[in-house]
Design a protein around this ligand. Structure first.
Ligand code: FMN
Length: 214
């Protein structure tokens, strides 16, 4: 196949706003909160969707989108199948990176840190809040494993429904993770690709900031 490179039509010039040291909050969690809230207020679709990158023991990275479901000053939480590819990678290498991108706002946030499983009572509570269909899907789907065809999914859901009473408990292989940040970067697109990048890093347990070159 010939190399395709005709992307000139989708070149986008940034420059809606700026990110200045004088305007940011010294606490990166508060800065995150204000950007996420702004994205939600602007009705950005799936504003809580983030790319999650994990890495195998042999150093091979993999990435996929998951939804941010909870966060506080301890970290950023998502829910998944612990036996999935990401789950297996996190078991052997408990570090991850997440990236939010809100094109309409010309903003990106990168967060990196150590990952831990959420306490089981937190996962139980969240699981029970999910709609019935999602609870069933989480209970039966062998996430990331090869399956024969779509019918196989229909069959395991039918079987599950016929064997299970209404109260569906969280399966042990499904639950939440928390990413405990060690690094944040807030990125605001600017004119001529001279973008603003402010990084927060930890020094003696205190958050410091520095500007990065675009
Ligand atoms: C918008 C969006 C949201 C998603 N949210 C989740 C999620 O919260 N948890 C999850 O396990 N998978 C979610 N997925 C599916 C994942 O991208 C992925 O297919 C799945 O987790 C399997 O990944 P793995 O094989 O790398 O473990 C989402 C996909 C999209 C496109």
């Amino acid at each position: 196949m010939a190399l395709k490179d005709d992307f000139k039509k989708i070149r986008h010039e940034y420059g809606k706003t700026q990110l200045l040291e004088s305007e940011i909050n010294t606490n990166p969690f508060i800065q995150f909160s204000s950007w996420l809230q702004h994205a939600i207020d602007k009705n950005i679709a799936d504003a809580n969707a983030m790319t999650l990158a994990t890495c195998s023991l042999t150093g091979k990275p993999s990435a996929r989108i998951v939804l941010l479901k909870k966060y506080d000053d301890q970290g950023f939480c998502f829910f998944t199948n612990y036996d999935s590819r990401k789950g297996i990678e996190l078991k052997s290498n408990a570090y991850a990176a997440i990236v939010f991108f809100w094109p309409e706002l010309e903003r990106q946030i990168r967060i990196e840190g150590k990952v831990e499983k959420l306490p089981s009572n937190v996962s139980d509570k969240y699981f029970l809040e999910r709609p019935l269909g999602s609870r069933i899907a989480a209970s039966v789907s062998p996430q990331s494993k090869a399956i024969e065809n779509r019918d196989y999914l229909n069959k395991i859901i039918r079987d599950f429904k016929s064997q299970t009473n209404k109260q569906i408990k969280r399966p042990v292989f499904w639950g939440g993770y928390r990413i405990i940040p060690e690094l944040f970067e807030f990125w605001q697109g600017r004119e001529n690709r001279l973008n603003d990048r402010i990084e927060y890093y930890l020094e003696k347990n205190e958050w410091k900031t520095r500007r990065l070159a675009p």
